[in-house]
Design a binder for this molecule. Structure first.
Ligand code: ZN
Length: 174
């Protein structure tokens, strides 16, 4: 059995967040954060040290989940709105997974269409931005990890574990 414990959300003094997640759980081999429905992302934000202002509609998971190999964020871009800055990275590549929406993504001088279910990888040095040109909120997930660090992936890293799959009736109900 897991030894999951509930703890209240914590805030980093160096990277203050706006908005607390609904719940955090952790155990020896897992951590969980309940962010809520995509529409709720508007109540989250982070104050990025390099920008000196709060970026709304973003929640980063590295601290919430104690991620050790990647940073992941959920993001919301309101209708008819652009991310209000360009940025690039020092060593991390990023993948943007646009769950839904219509808009444009820019890397350097190349502008690409964002459609439902678009994945875009950006090398660290690519200067990037995205905008939502539709009348609906646009939701995306951004994953960043050190470029060139991946040594194994699902075809070589996953290992099957023997045993019949069981789900106790009273476990894990929200
Ligand atoms: Zn980035």
């Amino acid at each position: 059995m897991s030894t999951a414990t509930t703890k209240s959300a914590t805030r980093s003094p160096n990277f203050p967040r706006k908005g607390d997640v609904h719940e955090q759980l952790s155990g020896p081999n897992f951590s969980l954060a309940r962010i809520g429905r995509p529409e709720e992302l508007s109540r989250y934000g982070i104050r990025h040290p390099a920008m000196g202002r709060t970026v709304d509609g973003k929640v980063f998971l590295q601290e919430l989940l104690n991620l050790t190999a990647m940073e992941i964020s959920f993001g919301l871009i309101p209708p008819q709105t652009s991310i209000p800055f360009y940025h690039k990275h020092q060593q991390n590549e990023e993948v943007y997974l646009f769950i839904n929406g219509q808009g444009q993504f820019r890397v350097d001088d190349t502008i690409m269409a964002i459609t439902d279910g678009t994945a875009i990888r950006v090398a660290p040095d690519g200067v990037r931005c995205a905008r939502n040109s539709s009348s609906e909120p646009m939701f995306y997930i951004c994953i960043q990890a050190k470029a060139g660090s991946l040594e194994q992936w699902t075809g070589t890293d996953g290992i099957g574990v023997p045993g019949e799959v069981t789900w106790p009736d009273d476990a894990g109900k929200a």
